[in-house]
Design a protein around this ligand. Structure first.
Ligand code: F6R
Length: 255
C-alpha cells in the first residue's frame, strides 16, 4: 500500500485527480469507480477544471458508483444517482448514462445486484476505484463485520453512518436505513484502489485501515490485500499513524 500524506486538505483532491487523469490518458475508454460524499469532492472539481481547460477528455470514459440508498427516489437530491449526475457526469462532461448507479428501488434487489455486478464484468472491470472512508472504517457502505469477500448486495446502515450522513437530508429520520453497496470482494477486483480522506475525524479509521490487522471490524483494512492501493490523506487524517516518517520518506524518494 502506498500512503501519501499531503500538506493541506485541498492537495488530496489535486493529487488524486492527477493520478486519475494519468490513468485516463493511457486508456481513453477507462472505467472509473466513483465514491460519493464529501471526501472526493475536491477530486471531481479538479477533474472538472482539467476538462474545462481542454487538458482532459472523459467523453469515452464510463463508470460505476459504489452505492445507493434504498427507498428514496433517484431524483431525490441526496440520492447517489442525483450526486453522480450533478457532481460527476455534468461537470466532467461525461456521456449521459455512462455512469451506472446501483438501483435502490428495484423490485428484486438480489437480481438488481447481480445485474450490476454483471455490468461491471462486461465493461472489463474497473480501472481505478475512488474510495472515501467512513469514520467507522466502512468503504462503499460495507459496514463493520461485512464479509471480506462480499459482493454487491443490500446492507443495513449503522446508526453512526446515518448520523454522519444526516447533513445531506432535512433530518436524521429521513436518512434511509438500508443501502445497496458494492461488496468488499467486488471493490478488491478493481485494478487500482485510490482512497482519500481529510480531517481528524477520519484519523482513527485510517490508522486501523493502514496499520491495523486485516479485519472486517475495519472493512477498509481489506485494502492491505490489494496489490495496488494508494491512500492519499492530509496531516489531520494521518494523525494516528505510527509510520508517517517512513511514508513521507518513501514518497520523497520514489523513483
Ligand atoms: C459513498 C461511500 C462512502 C463514503 C464515506 C465517507 O459513496 O462510498 O464510503 O465515502 O461514507 O463519506 P464522506 O466522504 O462524506 O465523509
Amino acid at each position: 500500500m502506498e500512503v501519501i500524506i499531503v500538506d493541506a486538505a485541498a492537495d488530496v483532491g489535486r493529487m488524486a485527480a492527477r493520478i486519475i487523469a494519468s490513468t485516463v490518458s493511457t486508456k481513453s475508454a477507462a472505467v472509473l469507480g466513483f465514491a460519493t460524499g464529501s471526501s472526493p469532492a475536491g477530486i471531481y472539481s479538479e477533474l472538472a477544471a482539467m476538462v474545462r481547460d481542454g487538458a482532459l477528455d472523459l467523453s469515452s470514459t464510463t463508470g460505476f458508483a459504489l452505492d445507493e440508498y434504498v427507498g428514496i427516489p433517484a431524483g431525490h437530491p441526496a440520492s447517489y444517482a442525483a450526486f453522480v449526475q450533478r457532481d460527476i457526469v455534468g461537470p466532467l462532461k461525461m456521456r449521459t448514462g455512462s455512469v451506472r448507479v446501483p438501483d435502490g428501488n428495484s423490485a428484486d434487489h438480489d437480481r438488481g445486484c447481480l445485474e450490476f455486478e454483471n455490468k461491471i464484468s462486461r465493461a472489463g472491470g474497473i480501472d481505478i476505484q475512488i474510495l472515501g472512508i467512513g469514520a467507522n472504517g466502512h468503504i462503499g457502505f460495507n459496514e463493520p463485520t461485512s464479509s471480506l469477500k462480499s459482493r454487491t448486495r443490500i446492507k443495513t446502515l449503522t446508526q453512526q453512518t446515518r448520523t454522519d450522513n444526516a447533513r445531506f437530508f432535512n433530518s436524521q429520520n429521513e436518512v434511509p436505513t438500508h443501502c445497496i453497496t458494492q461488496g468488499l470482494g467486488t471493490i478488491l477486483e478493481a485494478k487500482h484502489l485510490l482512497l482519500v480522506a481529510q480531517g481528524e475525524q477520519k484519523a482513527q479509521a485510517i490508522a486501523a485501515a493502514v496499520e491495523g490487522p486485516v479485519s472486517s471490524r475495519c472493512p477498509a483494512s481489506v485494502l492491505q490485500f490489494h496489490n495496488r492501493a494508494t491512500v492519499i490523506i492530509d496531516g489531520a487524517a494521518a494523525g494516528l499513524l505510527e509510520l508517517t516518517d517512513y511514508y513521507r520518506h518513501a514518497f520523497r524518494s520514489k523513483p
